[in-house]
Design a protein around this ligand. Structure first.
Ligand code: HEM
Length: 478
């Protein structure tokens, strides 16, 4: 009898409200993800940067995931942030409408690269600049520049490799990819001007991921000053290119001329001078630092694994046979470098140059039952799906065969170039320069690592110990 009275009482007093609460939460999540925002402004920024520099960032993420699960809140670079990972998270980031979620850079990146660069733009402006860049970066245009890239690679090897017994790969690959960018995208020839560019540019890039404290002697302050100098140099360059165009120079000789000559209604320049400057600076950063990491780590992979080296060499020697001495590789030759590109893809899986990125919510968004409030950052990462054994079996094993059938990789899991509307527009460019460089390296040299620790730190790009010093042995050229 007592039970008959108590049970409905309990049900109406406690269980019913609890049920309503649960249903309400499902409909309109008010729950912030677990985790702590930490000390105001600083939050977990130092701990992440520290982990990246100590090559423990993967552990940092895994510890976080173990403690809080696949969605957690924290504070990075002065902003409340939600850290998410996994296939569903990647899909969410790359496919959410840009009216709900925009790209978000750290304050330091925005202040250094400028507010009209692609990373800061949304909607129509983003599309307009992307399609302007695509007119130069699409395969049909790049086909015409394979020879120019190759010239840069040959010149680089002549100047920095031939006649040497020891070289340090990472700084040399940065030099090479920067020279390729300067030549193809900006039409700046070798010489004092390019050297000045390199100097200011390196200073500019050094502080891009630092805490944005603009005080004398901080990394960030030096970066800002260098950014002003780079912008001034680019302004002068635009002035010169405009004059060249006016006197009949071809409109596709480099990226700047190409952007200057895109016209809209009433013959108006479609991309403003500021947009050209900010996007050229972005391409300088996005284009040279990333590819140099890929090529450097491929050199390390080839030194560590004789079987992979032998297979790459076999493929490249076969292609070399069909190219007459002194001639350039053709677009068709690049198409035959299938195995070499699979090695590159596996290198990007194991050592993605970009650790991840940020988005910003433009309205309250629900994700997996949690509320991500308007104005918060979303932090997505590449490594978690790349190293997930359920997606890439034996993920810690280096195995280019994974990419024999690209359809076997589930969507939104292999993301070294990002995804969705902001997927890297420089994919083909990176592919060509990587294949051309590896072709010349393996057909002209063999090499041995000088330090075998196989470690690297992130700064924020991966940097192998001491920049990867190697001993090189030239091959007899036939
Ligand atoms: C191995 C080489 C490269 C890798 C791994 C890489 C990776 C990426 C990733 C992951 C993104 C997306 C970031 C996001 O969604 O937040 C991106 C964007 C971008 N990349 Fe690359 N990239 C590489 C080479 C290049 C090259 C060679 C260029 C130019 C010549 C370039 C230009 C850009 C630009 C302009 C964006 C911004 C796109 C936008 O916001 O719409 N990248 N890249």
């Amino acid at each position: 009898m007592i039970m008959i009275i108590i049970f409905p009482l309990l049900f109406s007093l406690f269980l019913l409200p609890l049920l309503f609460l649960l249903i309400a939460r499902r409909k309109a999540p008010e729950r912030l993800p677990p985790g702590s925002l930490g000390i105001p402004f600083i939050g977990q920024s130092f701990s992440l940067l520290w982990a990246m520099r100590a090559n423990t960032a993967e552990k940092w993420m895994a510890d976080r995931a173990r403690k809080y699960g696949p969605v957690s809140k924290l504070s990075l670079f002065g902003k409340p942030t939600v850290f998410i990972y996994g296939q569903a998270a990647n899909r969410f980031v790359f496919s959410t409408d840009s009216s709900k979620m925009s790209n978000q850079q750290t304050d330091s990146v925005r202040m250094i690269l400028g507010d009209r660069c692609l990373l800061e733009l949304v909607g129509e402006d983003h599309q307009r600049i992307r399609s302007a860049l695509a007119s130069f970066l699409k395969p049909d245009s790049l086909k015409n520049y394979v020879g120019k890239m190759e010239e840069e690679v040959r010149m680089h090897l002549q100047m920095h490799w031939h006649g040497q017994t020891n070289v340090t790969v990472m700084p040399l690959m940065k030099k090479l990819t920067f020279n390729i960018i300067c030549s193809l995208l900006f039409g700046v020839e070798r010489g004092a001007r390019r050297d000045m560019f390199v100097l200011y540019f390196q200073e500019m890039i050094d502080g891009m991921w630092s805490i944005p404290v603009d005080l004398p002697f901080t990394r960030f302050n030096r970066s800002l000053k260098a950014s002003v100098k780079v912008q001034k140099m680019l302004k002068d360059l635009i002035y010169e290119k405009r004059a060249q165009l006016a006197s009949g120079a071809p409109s596709h000789q480099d990226l700047i001329t190409c952007l200057l000559s895109i016209r809209g209604e009433g013959d108006q320049q479609l991309v403003s001078d500021d947009e050209i400057i900010h996007n050229v600076m972005l391409i300088m950063v996005a284009g040279h630092d990333t590819s140099s990491v890929l090529i450097t780590f491929m050199v390390r992979v080839l030194a560590n694994d004789p079987d992979i080296y032998a297979a790459v060499l076999r493929e490249q020697e076969e292609i070399k046979k069909s190219v007459s001495t002194g001639d350039f590789l053709t677009w068709e030759d690049l198409g035959k470098m299938k195995y070499t590109w699979r090695v590159a893809m596996e290198t990007l899986r194991a050592f993605p140059p970009l650790f991840g990125g940020f988005r910003k919510t433009l309205e309250d968004i629900e994700y997996q039952g949690y509320l991500i409030p308007k104005g918060w950052q979303i932090f997505w990462v590449t490594g978690m799906t790349h190293m997930d054994d359920s997606i890439f079996p034996e993920a810690s094993k280096f195995d280019p065969a994974r990419f024999e059938n690209p359809a076997s990789v589930p969507p939104y899991c292999y993301i070294p170039f990002g995804g969705g509307a902001r997927i890297c527009p420089g994919y083909e460019f990176a592919k060509i320069e990587t294949l051309v460089t590896i072709h010349y390296l393996v057909t002209r040299f063999t090499w041995k690592l000088c330090c075998n620790d196989n470690c690297f730190r992130r700064d924020p790009m991966p940097v192998p110990t001491r920049g990867l010093p190697i001993q090189i042995f030239p091959k007899k050229l036939l």
